[in-house]
Design a protein around this ligand. Structure first.
Ligand code: HBI
Length: 371
C-alpha cells in the first residue's frame, strides 16, 4: 500500500453521453482514466461501470470493468437550461445505476462522473456514500436544484474542479476543490520557442474558436486546431468568414499523437465563452511546455498564473490576445511543465480525491453539518 490510508474499494461510474474513448464525454473521459491510474497506484481497488464500447488504455488486477449497453443520454450542452430531465427508451443511465446499486454492498464508496440528475438524486436513497465530481459549470436548472439539495444533505460528497466553476452553485459549505490530473508519462516537454499557434477543444460555439482564428488572421499565420468536430455549421461559418487556408484542422487525436504536435506550438490560445469548469487542454499544453494565453474566465483563469505559465487576457479582448502572443517568448517554457508536475499530475490529483473520499467517509452528518 503506497498511500498512507487503508485500501478503498471504489465503484467509479462514467458519463452516459458516450463510451469512454468516443470523445463525446469531453474532458471528463480523460479525468476518469487519469484518476483510475492514480488511485490504483495509491493501492486502491476499482470497478468501473461504463457504457458498452468504453476502452481503458491500461490493465491492472485492481481494476475491473463492467460495460453496459443502452442509449446515450442527451448532453446538457445540447439542451436548454430550462429543459426537463429526459430518459430515452432503453436508456443507458438507469442501467448503469442499477449495476451500482447491486454492487454497493461489496464496496466502500461510489464516485460519480455523470453530470446527470439520477445519480445525484440516488445519493438520498442509498446506504453506500455516493460522491460526485461535478464536471461543468451550471448548464441546467434541474441540475442546479438537485446539486443544491445534495449540498444541503451531503455537503462533503460534492467536489469541483475549480473554485470559479463551483461559484455557479449554491453550496452549504466551502466548495471542495480537487482540480484535475493527467498522466505525466503521456506528455513530453518540448523546448521549441518558434512554432505555430495552437488551439484545442470540442469544435463548438461555447469554446470560442472564432476568436482564436481572428487573432491568427490578424497575425497573418495559420492556427493549428485539434478537437472533436461537434458542430459542423459553426466550423463552416468560421471558414466562410476567414477563408479556408487559415485553420489547419487536426481532428480529435489520441493523446500520444496530440501531445507530440501540441508541444511544437510557441503559444496555446484558449478562448472560452462559458464558465469552463477546468480546461484540460490548457494543462495538456503546459505539460508539453507550451505557454497558454487564455481569457480570464472559468477554470483557465484560475490555473494560469499571469506572466509565469502564460498570460491572462480580459474575455473577448482580441487586442489583448494579440499583444500577449507577441510577448509569449517572455514565458519560460520550463515553468509550464513545472506547474503541471506540481499541480496536475494524476498522482497529485488522486491524492486530493483520496483525501476527499476519506474525509467524506469519516463524516458523521448528524454532528458535522455546519450549524
Ligand atoms: N451531459 N447529460 C449529460 N451528462 C454528462 O455526464 C455530461 C453532459 N454533457 C457534457 C459532459 N458530461 C462532459 O463533456 C463535461 O462534463 C466535460
Amino acid at each position: 500500500m503506497k498511500g498512507t490510508n487503508k485500501q478503498l474499494k471504489l465503484i467509479l461510474v462514467s458519463t452516459p453521453i458516450g463510451f469512454l474513448g468516443s470523445g463525446k464525454g469531453g474532458g471528463v473521459e480523460l479525468t476518469i482514466i487519469s484518476l483510475m491510474k492514480g488511485l490504483i497506484s495509491l493501492g486502491h481497488k476499482i470497478i468501473l461501470v461504463a457504457p458498452k464500447g468504453s476502452k481503458v488504455p491500461f490493465e491492472s488486477e485492481n481494476l475491473e470493468i463492467r460495460l453496459i449497453d443502452g442509449i446515450d443520454q442527451p448532453s446538457w450542452q445540447h439542451q436548454k437550461k430550462t429543459d426537463p430531465v429526459l430518459i430515452p427508451s432503453n436508456s443507458v443511465l438507469p442501467k448503469l445505476w442499477e449495476i451500482v446499486i447491486n454492487l454497493a454492498s461489496q464496496y466502500d464508496a461510489v464516485i460519480n462522473f455523470a453530470y446527470d440528475w439520477l445519480p445525484l438524486w440516488l445519493t438520498k436513497t442509498q446506504r453506500i456514500k455516493i460522491f460526485h465530481l461535478i464536471s461543468m459549470g451550471n448548464e441546467s436548472l434541474v441540475m442546479k436544484e438537485i446539486i443544491t439539495e445534495i449540498s444541503q444533505l451531503f455537503p462533503f460528497q460534492l467536489a469541483f474542479h475549480t473554485k470559479r466553476q463551483s461559484k455557479d452553485y449554491l453550496l452549504n459549505i466551502d466548495p471542495i476543490i480537487v482540480g484535475n490530473g493527467f498522466d505525466m508519462e503521456n506528455y513530453v516537454f518540448n523546448q521549441n520557442q518558434n512554432g505555430p499557434l495552437g488551439w484545442a477543444g470540442r469544435i463548438a460555439p461555447e469554446k470560442g474558436l472564432e476568436d482564436a482564428v481572428k487573432v491568427a488572421n490578424y497575425l497573418d499565420e495559420k492556427l493549428l486546431v485539434w478537437g472533436l468536430m461537434e458542430d459542423n455549421e459553426y466550423a463552416t461559418e468560421i471558414e466562410n468568414k476567414f477563408g479556408k487556408g487559415i485553420v489547419d484542422w487536426k481532428g480529435f487525436l489520441p493523446t500520444n499523437e496530440f501531445q507530440k504536435q501540441l508541444g511544437k506550438c510557441r503559444a496555446f490560445i484558449n478562448t472560452p465563452k462559458w464558465n469552463e469548469a477546468y480546461g484540460n487542454v490548457i494543462v495538456e499544453a503546459m505539460a508539453c511546455g507550451v505557454p497558454v494565453i487564455a481569457y480570464d474566465l472559468g477554470g483557465p483563469g484560475e490555473l494560469i498564473e499571469d506572466g509565469y505559465n502564460g498570460f491572462l487576457v480580459q474575455p473577448n479582448d482580441i487586442e489583448g490576445m494579440i499583444k500577449a502572443i507577441q510577448s509569449v517568448s517572455k514565458i519560460k517554457r520550463r515553468n509550464c511543465r513545472d506547474w503541471f508536475e506540481s499541480k496536475a499530475s494524476n498522482e497529485v490529483f488522486a491524492k486530493r480525491v483520496e483525501s476527499w473520499i476519506n474525509k467524506g467517509l469519516n463524516k458523521n452528518l448528524l454532528t458535522d453539518l455546519p450549524r
